[in-house]
Design a protein around this ligand. Structure first.
Ligand SMILES: Cc1ncc(C[n+]2csc(CCOP(=O)(O)OP(=O)(O)O)c2C)c(N)n1
Length: 320
């Protein structure tokens, strides 16, 4: 399906927002401004954006420990997301969740998750809820190749299949679980083949190509909305950085391999394509990049200037 110019530019801008946001997070981590650590999404932007470009505001996503990209792709405000990562009162979870637990139910963002595979059962609950309530909302569940070995993956896909739920399981196959290559943690090469075991469609796409991800997810989302049940969409991708901000990511990967994947940068490739097609000029791309970079610097400023939560609030908002 041919996309409008506006939609293509939206995709480019969202991917750029994620990249520049993550670069700021990295920079702030190095400057010791952020508590704990963070898992960056740099290199994988096309997956979150290609998938979320199919969603309505009232659709749901479940996310992972590497969740900033999912959040921004679903429409989160960079200021509030950054403030949450900084642990500030103005953050999405009042500064209590931090990088791995950001949620905003009003945008259908059911939460990042520090438990690998933790989003999978939640997505099944959201899918079941939509079906029970008789709405046509869908849920996109992001998870990694490592997570596909969890029991929760198999139980979730099985239930989504047998209950015919509107869930799209989007596997971000970046080929590593921390430092362990996929070939050392599972014998299959394609996570999507596991769809066969649950008698649902499984497709494989180039996760560096936002249009390919968009198209595969479009079909899956349409099918789910019309009552056709779940799909596994496996996106072959790569993280350009280490597993988290403290990992240089070089010990267990060849430099050549990393460089070869960087050549496939989803943002550069898509921007080049749009420029070649005449959708935008190189100067317009530069201006967009400048605007987005300034937006992310402003998000850092917002976070830094925001207050910390008060100690007296520590027991508020808890199930006790
Ligand atoms: C249940 C559980 N087991 C182990 C971990 C430690 N852990 C954090 S990230 C990670 C690897 C996850 O790999 P994958 O699902 O492929 O996601 P990626 O980091 O590549 O995005 C592991 C094992 C955890 N957080 N939760």
């Amino acid at each position: 399906m041919e996309l409008s110019k506006e939609k293509k530019l939206w995709m480019l801008e969202r991917m750029l927002q994620i990249r520049r946001f993550e670069e700021q997070v990295y920079d702030c981590f190095l400057k010791n401004k952020i508590p704990g650590f963070a898992h960056l999404y740099i290199g994988e932007e096309a997956v979150a954006v290609g998938a979320c470009a199919n969603l309505r505001e009232d659709d749901f996503i479940t996310s992972t420990h590497r969740g900033h990209g999912h959040l921004l792709a679903k429409g989160a405000d960079p200021d509030r997301a950054m403030a949450e990562i900084f642990g500030r009162r103005t953050g999405y979870c009042l500064g209590r969740g931090g990088t791995m637990h950001i949620a905003d139910f009003s945008l259908g963002i059911l939460g990042a998750n520090g438990i690998v595979g933790g989003g999978l059962p939640i997505s099944v609950g959201a899918g079941w809820s939509a079906k029970y309530r008789g709405t046509d909302q869908v849920t996109v569940c992001f998870f990694g190749d490592g997570a596909s070995n969890q029991g929760a993956f198999h139980e979730s896909v099985n239930l989504a299949s047998v209950w015919n739920l509107p869930v799209i399981f989007v596997c971000e196959n970046n080929q590593f679980g921390i430092s362990v290559h996929q070939s050392r943690h599972q014998k299959i090469k394609d996570v999507a083949v596991r769809a066969k075991a649950y008698d649902i469609p499984g497709v494989i796409v180039d996760g560096m190509d936002v249009l390919a991800v968009y198209e595969a997810c479009r079909e899956a989302v349409e099918r789910a909305r019309q009552g056709g049940g779940p799909t596994i969409v496996e996106c072959k991708t790569y993280r350009f950085m280490g597993h988290h901000v403290g990992d240089p990511g070089t010990v267990y990967r060849d430099k050549e391999e990393v460089e070869a994947w960087k050549e496939k940068c989803p943002i550069k490739c898509f921007a080049d394509k749009l420029i070649a097609e005449g959708v935008m000029t190189a100067a317009e791309f530069e201006a967009l990049d400048k605007r987005v970079t300034e937006q992310m610097l402003a998000a850092v400023k917002f976070a830094e200037e925001s207050p910390w939560p008060e100690p007296e609030e520590a027991m508020e908002g808890l199930y006790v």
